[in-house]
Design a binder for this molecule. Structure first.
Ligand code: 4AD
Ligand code: MG
Length: 429
């Protein structure tokens, strides 16, 4: 009978006539002669009104049991979605065991919910977040493809650090050790000489030893690289892709944002141009706010948070001192102590979501900086090679997609927006 079922959202739209729906029992309540079952599918929830006399099993049914119900749709303003189904026949597809998540567990213990994440994914909250994630990833692909970027597929097993050796994961690879990629940047830099504008959306891995609200050991990374381009060109793509994604979510996911209690004003304001702020200006702003900072100091999570609360749009923070950024960043020829680098910071305290900039494209300059940073040019042979045959100015960035979803959904923790999060302690489920 489940083949003849219609989606619950469709049943709510129809609001009358006979219908069959199928799904999982989300809530249950007994009132005199009736059992009210809230039935959930991927599209929504509907209230089933089940006569107790005819279906005595309904009263003791465990949550998350699966069933198919046929009956008559009736408009009822007090029911969720304004429609209920007066049930005439039920096919009990699978009567479940007692469900280990009840409402108390759901609100009180987030570690427990992580232990049972394989089941918690069924919650309406996770459902809403996963739908927003789906929209975000689709919008990223659409943005790049419509603007003439080619999608490319770099490897995940790599042999040279992009973002520093400290956070590399080692992998046994036959008779030797390799690493999991931290960023596909170097591979994208190789690919621009073939395709000029390239992007990829793939996992990146970092052995982050601390548990923070915005770090995972495995995250989704949207990275792009453009030939014949400078820092500003890359930063503008960053503004546009975020603006495009947010607009799409506001278009398609109002119900989910509402279910999550997300206020959308900050999202509505996230239209390009963002607020451009140099590192020098940021230090001034932060000193006025009482941070004891001098030029050259790092802008950490607390500082980022304070900056984002000063402005009501995302920030393009640019021109970081050389020692704060990885070796591949091109130094500003007019001011060699700073790099042509930028971060994009999300508002409302969320902070960094993009890191990027212009790359060194001269072979000699690159080798010198690798040595100045205490690294070994031999480890970067093919990367240096890219500069030896028709090198051109180029720039790109990496966007942490989970962080973008976290802000859009208004989540407190990055773990909340990933179906199976990975951090230092957690690799299960
Ligand atoms: O700033 P990052 O380290 O820059 C790079 O990896 C460049 N090679 C990217 C490029 O230019 N192609 O990382 C880029 C973004 C960060 O801004 C952040 O949003 C995200 O990746 N990110 C993380 N997200 C979750 N958990 C982590 N441990 C992350 N580390 C970085
Ligand atoms: Mg960064």
């Amino acid at each position: 009978p489940y083949k003849s079922a219609i989606p619950i959202a469709e049943a709510l739209r129809r609001g009358e006539g006979k219908a069959t729906v199928r799904g999982w029992v989300y809530r249950k309540r007994t009132l005199k002669e009736k059992v009210f079952l809230l039935l959930r599918d991927a599209t929504g929830v509907i209230q089933l009104v089940v006569p107790r006399a005819k279906f005595p099993e309904a009263e003791s049914l465990n949550l998350e049991s699966s069933l198919v119900a046929t009956g008559v749709l009736v408009r009822e303003p007090r029911a969720p979605g304004g429609v209920e189904l007066h049930v005439e026949s039920i096919d009990w597809v699978y009567v479940g065991e007692p469900y280990p998540i009840n409402e108390d567990a759901a609100v009180s213990d987030s570690e427990y919910l992580l232990d049972v994440r394989h089941l918690w994914l069924r919650s309406r909250k996770m459902q809403a977040i996963l739908k927003i994630r789906h929209t975000v990833f689709g919008a990223i692909h659409d943005y790049f493809r419509r603007r003439g970027f080619y999608e490319v597929h770099p490897p995940m097993f790599i042999t040279a650090a992009v973002e520093g050796g400290a956070t590399l994961f080692k992998v046994e690879y036959f008779d030797r050790t390799v690493y999991l990629t931290q960023s596909s940047q170097f591979y994208l830099e190789a690919l621009i000489y073939s395709l000029e504008k390239v992007y990829t959306v793939a996992p990146s891995f970092r052995a982050e030893p601390s548990r923070t609200r915005r770090h995972l050991t495995e995250f989704w990374h949207a990275e792009m690289e453009i030939a014949w381009a400078h820092m500003d060109d890359a930063a503008k793509v960053g503004e546009e892709v975020i603006g495009h994604v947010v607009e799409r979510v506001l278009d398609e996911r109002q119900d989910e944002l509402k279910l999550l209690g997300r206020k959308v004003e900050a999202l509505e304001r996230a239209k390009p141009p963002f607020h451009w702020l140099s590192y020098d200006e940021a230090i001034e702003v932060l000193r006025k706010k009482g941070f004891a900072l001098s030029w050259g100091d790092d802008i950490g999570a607390d500082e980022e948070r304070a900056l984002t609360l000063e402005f009501d749009k995302p920030i393009i923070l640019h021109g970081f001192p050389e020692k704060l950024k990885a070796f591949y960043h091109r130094n500003n020829p007019q001011r060699p102590e700073v790099t042509l680098s930028f971060d994009v910071l999300l508002p409302e305290g969320y902070g960094e979501v993009i890191g990027g900039g212009e790359r060194i494209y001269d072979a000699k300059e690159l080798v010198e900086k690798i040595i100045r940073f205490g690294l070994n040019p031999e480890d970067y042979q093919w990367y240096i090679d890219l500069r030896r045959y028709g090198s051109v100015p180029h720039a790109g960035f990496g966007l942490g997609v989970d962080r973008l979803v976290m802000w859009i959904a208004g989540a407190d923790h990055i773990r909340d927006v990933v179906p199976f999060p990975r951090d230092i302690r957690r690799t299960r489920p």
